[in-house]
Design a protein around this ligand. Structure first.
Ligand code: ADP
Ligand code: SF4
Ligand code: MG
Length: 408
């Protein structure tokens, strides 16, 4: 008896319970899938208006869940942010915070059938009209992927097909979209042009090579060539340089930035590396356990980080020229987003708690027209100065001169 209670507490499910959950999940996900797979859907069904026509994408209260046999994982839990045309938005946070799942929701490439967008809208600006991708059927998404929105992944070796020459893989995307009515020669010429554009000198030679014949940096350039072959409006770069060494990383980021300006697209740059964000992003969104805890312009986030989590992330990265005995590490780990309690999700790891933190999940507090933070510390004093004060308290704690986190 005691044993079974303990198992229950640890989240253990019996085979019977698990089967029941999986049966219920199937019922729910089948509904979603049926809707997605419909053919010849009237485009007015998923047409929408952008809130601001200067935005390329508007995430609006997006909820994305995974219906697993152990329960519903709320990977993205009410995320809202805008990606303005021609700008780069950096999305940061530790592993498992929902950064990738948010992007996969935009391009509708979640692991199916268990992964589903269950609420909110994602408005995509297509120039003369806009669509809500959460309502768009698969048929419509196929036309958008690769041509309007494309994705650069972290590990090119798993995304490139090892049995096809890289030239063919670039051609495949061109032939599907921009080059639908082009001749073979025209498509090949465009593929070679793309290989040159991404800074590969021997473009004709590389055209005929297989992915394993290229270095990591070259493969990532080919991924970028594929992603940009049809001049997409939105480029999702999910940890695009994590697998590369530092010098190649800088080259790839430079390349991405210059290509983006050339075709005036917008970038959603997902990374856990704040250095990369500082260099690339105009705006920054900080995610924690499926929610946004802070957002602002890059200057605001770097000069006045306000949320204790953001401040912790900053303190845990090395800074050139600054000597520290030991880098800070945020205690604990990201909670598993199943059955999250209704209080600040960062509370169990936060070193700067105040009394009010026992209350329900904190709402967003506006520190400036562009800077928002979800934390009780700013309920009474919503200014950049308050953010600097909070940072100073954590700084003291880290260097060991402070006494307690409770300063109110
Ligand atoms: N296919 C999946 N099935 C179940 N859970 C998933 C799946 N993909 C992601 N998750 C969960 O969603 C959460 C967010 O994941 P992800 O967006 O990949 O994080 P990251 O911020 O590292 O990109 C994690 O808790 C992860 O376990
Ligand atoms: S609300 Fe409280 S627990 Fe949450 S981050 Fe702010 S200070 Fe920390
Ligand atoms: Mg990820």
């Amino acid at each position: 008896m005691f044993g079974s209670d303990k198992k229950k507490e640890a989240g253990y499910l019996s085979a019977k319970e698990s089967r029941k959950i999986s049966r219920e999940n199937r019922k729910i996900t089948e509904q979603y899938e049926k809707k997605r797979k419909r053919k010849n859907v009237d485009p007015s069904e998923y047409a929408c208006e952008m809130r601001d026509p200067n935005n390329a994408v508007e995430f609006d209260d997006v909820h994305t869940c995974f219906f697993t046999d152990t329960g519903v994982v709320k990977s993205v839990d009410g995320v809202s942010y805008d990606v303005p045309v021609g700008k780069t938005v950096g999305v940061v946070g530790e592993s498992g915070c929902g950064k990738s799942v948010t992007c996969l929701s935009l391009i509708q490439l979640l692991q199916r059938p268990q992964g589903q967008v269950t609420g909110g809208s994602i408005r995509l600006n297509l120039g003369d009209h806009a669509i809500d991708v959460t309502k768009a059927p698969e048929e419509a998404m196929q036309k958008i992927r690769g041509s309007e929105v494309s994705m650069i992944y972290q590990e090119p070796m798993t995304s490139l097909n090892p049995v096809f020459k890289v030239g063919e893989q670039i051609e495949e995307v061109i032939a599907l979209h921009d080059g639908k009515d082009w001749s073979k020669e025209q498509i090949k010429a465009r593929a070679i042009e793309m290989i040159e554009t991404v800074g590969i000198a021997n473009s004709e030679g590389v055209y005929g090579m297989y992915p394993h014949e290229l270095s990591g940096g070259m493969r990532q350039r080919i991924m970028i060539a594929i992603a940009l072959a049809c001049n997409p409006r939105i480029i999702i770069a999910d940890e695009p340089t994590t697998a590369l060494d530092v010098t190649i990383q800088a080259q790839i980021l430079d390349l991405l930035r210059s290509l983006k300006d050339k075709i005036n697209s917008s970038i959603i740059l997902v990374t856990h590396d704040l250095g990369v964000v500082a260099e690339m992003a105009d705006y920054v969104v900080v995610m924690y356990a499926g929610r946004i805890v802070e957002r602002g312009t890059a200057e605001e986030i770097f000069d006045h980080p306000a949320h204790p989590y953001t401040i912790g992330l900053m303190a845990s990265k090395p800074v050139v020229g600054k000597h520290v005995e030991r880098l800070y590490s945020i205690p604990g780990k990201v909670p598993n987003p199943v059955n999250m309690p209704n209080y600040c999700y960062f509370k169990d790891r936060c070193e700067l708690c105040v009394k009010a933190c026992d209350g329900e999940y904190p709402h967003m507090v506006r520190l400036s027209p562009t800077h928002e933070v979800s934390c009780y510390r700013y309920y009474d004093n919503a200014t950049a100065d308050a953010a600097n004060e909070t940072a100073a308290v954590l700084d003291e704690l880290i260097s060991g001169t402070g006494t307690e986190g409770e300063d109110k």
